[in-house]
Design a protein around this ligand. Structure first.
Ligand code: NAI
Ligand code: MG
Length: 351
């Protein structure tokens, strides 16, 4: 079997961690009898700085031929962050209807949580973030520029189709896990969008009587994630709420260096895109000390999505084993190994 993968390492540590993840995934392919056929694209903020575009005009079209997209991270000092977001990530997510951003978080052996005394079972969660609409919208603008009554409007878009499908996805995920879903809302402050979200949540919840559902204001939910994480399993949120909660969830389970994510088109009509939650980390770029685990685990999610379930499990086990040993870990985990030493160690653990 061959899977055709578009690799977009991007900028900064995105490049370092993608190299390591490919090493691990190729090894998993050898062990499990499939080949990953990689095609690499230099689309990045660095390219933007050189050419004025993150990707060529037909970029999205070129990606459509692949079975999966493997993204490092984009972001480069001097290039505004909205350029990378709107010049690459959002066009890809939207063109391929990757309306689910799935972010599983778990505390792995040997890794210390920011929450002292919490066990792995208590910190096992998955954040299901809406990834195609909501608060991340270009609708709005600046008015009365330069006058004392200057103001900006920033609109959110919540469609029935969009809200319903992400909530339904969360219930399906819950069905294969703990059977619990918590929806992030803020209907006391956002008086149009969130009551609508809550209404659709209640409708979908009624179709899944066996699944325990509840909703929680996003501010209280953030506090709960820190104080009582054991009471959460599947958390579903809008684009903005899901974005914030998933970084928080990553932080409580060992930091950004550990957190993978998938931008998923559930029907599989279009390629899905897998990446680490973290960015290009300019503060440590080029030093060879970035933790490659998040990117490796993003690779495991990609394998799972491609139907290579056994290989995905093998990669996850190899990561757990290496971290539990604690002999070869990067500085963010309290060790002194380099990115490539940890990558090679995980690849070797695959046998
Ligand atoms: P960041 O995730 O790049 O870094 C935040 C902090 O975590 C830094 O101190 C960094 O050194 C540390 N860190 C992150 N990943 C790590 C790893 N694998 N190993 C060890 N330490 C790690 O977020 P920041 O600094 O806010 O953004 C930097 C750039 O990345 C910006 O240009 C931003 O727009 C971009 N970015 C891109 C994303 C993407 O491509 N999807 C996502 C988030 C940010
Ligand atoms: Mg984020």
């Amino acid at each position: 079997r061959t899977h055709r993968i578009a690799s977009i390492p991007g900028d900064g540590i995105g490049v370092d961690v993608t190299v390591e993840a490919r090493k691990v995934l190729d090894r998993a392919g050898q062990r499990h009898g499939f080949t990953l056929e990689w095609t690499e694209f230099d689309w990045s903020c660095e390219r933007y700085a050189r050419t004025g575009a993150m990707m060529p005009e037909d970029g999205v079209e070129r990606l459509s031929a692949f079975d999966g997209i493997f993204l490092g991270a984009v972001g480069f000092p001097g290039v505004p962050d909205h350029v990378s977001l709107w010049g690459l990530l959002i066009p890809v997510r939207r063109a391929f209807s990757q309306y689910v951003n799935l972010r599983p978080v778990r505390l792995l052996p040997g890794v210390t949580s920011a929450l002292a005394g919490r066990s792995a079972e208590e910190l096992e969660m998955v954040i299901v973030r809406e990834n195609s609409e909501g608060e991340y919208s270009t609708i709005g603008g600046r008015h009365n520029t330069g006058r004392p009554d200057e103001f900006v409007l920033q609109e959110s878009v919540f469609t029935r189709v969009g809200v319903e499908r992400i909530i339904r996805y969360a219930f399906q995920v819950a069905g294969s896990r703990s059977g619990r879903v918590c929806s992030a809302t803020k209907s006391n402050g956002l008086v149009h969008s969130m009551p609508y979200w809550d209404e659709i949540f209640a409708e979908v919840a009624a179709e899944y009587p066996d699944i325990h559902s509840e909703q929680c204001h996003v501010d209280a939910l953030a506090a709960r994630m820190v104080q009582q994480p054991d009471r959460l399993d599947v958390v579903v949120g809008s684009n903005l709420f899901g974005d914030i909660l998933s970084d928080l969830a990553a932080a409580v389970t060992g930091g950004l260096g550990m957190a993978p994510s998938g931008n998923i088109n559930p029907p599989g009509e279009y390629p899905s895109m897998f990446e680490a939650v973290h960015g290009s980390a300019p503060d440590i770029a080029g030093k060879g000390i970035a933790n490659p685990v998040a990117q490796v685990l993003a690779g495991a999610m990609m394998l799972e999505h491609l139907g290579e379930r056994d290989a995905a499990r093998t990669v996850e086990t190899a990561v757990s084993d290496v971290l539990a040993e604690r002999a070869v870990v990067t500085p963010d985990l309290g060790g002194s190994a380099t990115t490539s030493e940890l990558g090679s160690e995980i690849a070797a653990a695959l046998g």
